[in-house]
Design a protein around this ligand. Structure first.
Ligand code: ASP
Length: 280
């Protein structure tokens, strides 16, 4: 059993040493909670649970603490993928729900698996997800001060369960100040992808991640025989011509855990039952 999570990028310009320590502590606690959950649950159940913990923590830009868009509203995106069934589901630009990842999970049972905008929000209401504002005063202040370019990130989780199954989940509040209707990478196969060989979750500039088809490329390369390390190296090399801004976490079917970022610093934590690694 293995688990790795990320909480987006740590932006030196907008955060301080105390925030860094708080993020390290939160990620360490959450990755261990996720691992405990994994002992009695599938990889798929675990990535949903673990991402919901990250969404509930206002230090991270997903769920509570999400960034505010250019019109003053919060719209969130999240997706999950079950590596063993190859089913992916997600929501794009959903409004006023506490945990977008739970709505994404609900959609896995439906033929129409990725819903956007008002359709996603209406589906959530129909399924009993209550109206919940995820806005916090700090984000409101940032919005009012028009502090754009504040890359707070996204959250994600990859898990490998005791049956050798892989799953991935990713959730974001977007980049902040984006145009209404802008689509993040987080509910696309560039930002969130898994099969029986490997699972990958991304954070960074959504446009760069989509241009680089990053998660899908890494998973495809591992499927075709690359090691995780080589698949990451080649895929990140291909981001260089566009100075792509991305960070990714992954686990392969043999339990190799890997992460890489193109710019300092993606915040992450991993745990395999014995060894914990937390960004430093
Ligand atoms: N990838 C997210 C987006 O572009 C934001 C981030 O991860 O920083 O919406």
């Amino acid at each position: 059993m293995k688990i790795i999570i990320h909480g987006g990028f740590f932006s030196e310009s907008s955060t301080n040493a105390a925030t860094k320590i708080a993020k390290q502590k939160a990620l360490s606690e959450i990755v261990r909670s996720g691992y405990l959950y994994l002992e009695n649950h599938s990889a798929l159940e675990t990535v949903v649970y673990t991402v919901s913990l990250l969404e509930d923590n206002e230090l991270f830009n997903a769920g509570i603490g999400s960034q505010i868009q250019s019109d003053g509203k919060i719209r969130m995106s999240a997706s999950i993928m079950d590596g063993s069934t190859l089913k992916m589901s997600g929501v794009i630009n959903i409004e006023d729900v506490k945990n977008p990842v739970f709505v994404a999970q609900k959609l896995l049972d439906y033929e129409d698996k990725v819903l956007g905008g008002s359709g996603a929000t209406a589906f959530a209401r129909k399924k009993g997800f209550e109206v919940f504002s995820t806005e916090i005063p700090q984000r409101k202040a940032e919005y009012e001060a028009k502090l754009s370019g504040n890359r707070q990130g996204t959250v994600g989780c990859v898990a490998l369960d005791k049956d050798g199954k892989l799953a991935v989940a990713t959730s974001t509040g977007g980049k902040g100040f984006e145009m209404v209707g802008r689509i993040s990478d987080s509910a696309t196969v560039a930002g969130n992808y898994a099969n029986t060989f490997c699972g990958v979750s991304l954070t960074g500039v959504g446009e760069d991640i989509v241009s680089g088809a990053v998660a899908a490329k890494i998973v495809t390369r591992v499927t075709d025989g690359f090691s995780l390390k080589d698949a990451f190296a080649k895929t990140f090399d291909e981001l260089q011509p566009i100075d792509g801004f991305a960070g990714a976490i992954a686990i392969d079917k043999d339990g190799t855990i890997f992460h890489q970022d193109s710019h300092p610093t993606m915040v992450f934590a991993s745990f395999d039952g014995a060894k914990e690694e937390v960004f430093g």
